[in-house]
Design a protein around this ligand. Structure first.
Ligand code: IDP
Ligand code: MG
Length: 159
């Protein structure tokens, strides 16, 4: 074909992305999904869910010793969130760049947190910090599994 078959060796990854309750309440769902879509990443899982304390504590288990842990859990259970799985080459690290620094005071303009957030405890969005934590988070949030499909745009996005 006119297209290289290098796509078969492209290092595909998956990441767990969550639009937090403030992002949902503020009407940022479409904007955020659009940024990942337009970049070229593939949506593999999507749902609107309200989680309970125990679930939020599990998701943020690594932070349980932090002084802000309780407030963080309260924040995450305060309303529905949009849970997603996105797939693509380097999507974990690139997703974190699209999201921006944890503290919106330090997030660059052009990033989601840089453009739409002010306080660290209302920073709109979560993204997995490594491929392995992504795997764990996807298993936690999508025990039912995720969609299996391949975008027909694949060869227009990957060389
Ligand atoms: P990340 O979301 O950029 O990966 P983490 O260090 O994993 O940042 O922290 C998880 C979440 O906990 C942050 O997104 C933020 O909402 C909250 N958080 C982190 N540090 C603080 C803090 O110092 N005060 C209040 N909330 C915090
Ligand atoms: Mg984190």
């Amino acid at each position: 074909s006119q297209f290289s078959n290098k796509i078969h060796s492209a290092k595909m990854e998956q990441t767990f992305i969550m639009i937090k309750p403030d992002g949902v309440q503020r009407g940022l769902v479409g904007e955020i999904i659009g940024r990942f879509e337009k970049k070229g990443f593939t949506l593999k899982g999507l749902k609107l869910v309200t989680v309970d304390r125990a679930f939020a504590e599990k998701h943020y288990a690594d932070l349980s010793a932090k002084p802000f842990f309780n407030g963080l859990v309260e924040y995450i259970v305060s309303g529905p969130v949009v849970a997603m799985v996105w797939e693509g080459k380097n999507v974990v690290a690139t997703g974190r760049k699209i999201i921006g620094a944890t503290n919106p005071a330090e997030s660059a303009p052009g990033t989601i947190r840089g453009d739409y957030a002010i306080d660290i405890g209302r920073n709109v969005i979560h993204g997995s910090d490594a491929v392995e934590s992504g795997r764990k988070e996807i298993a936690l949030w999508f025990p039912e599994g995720i969609a299996e499909w391949r975008s027909s745009l694949h060869s227009w996005i990957y060389e």
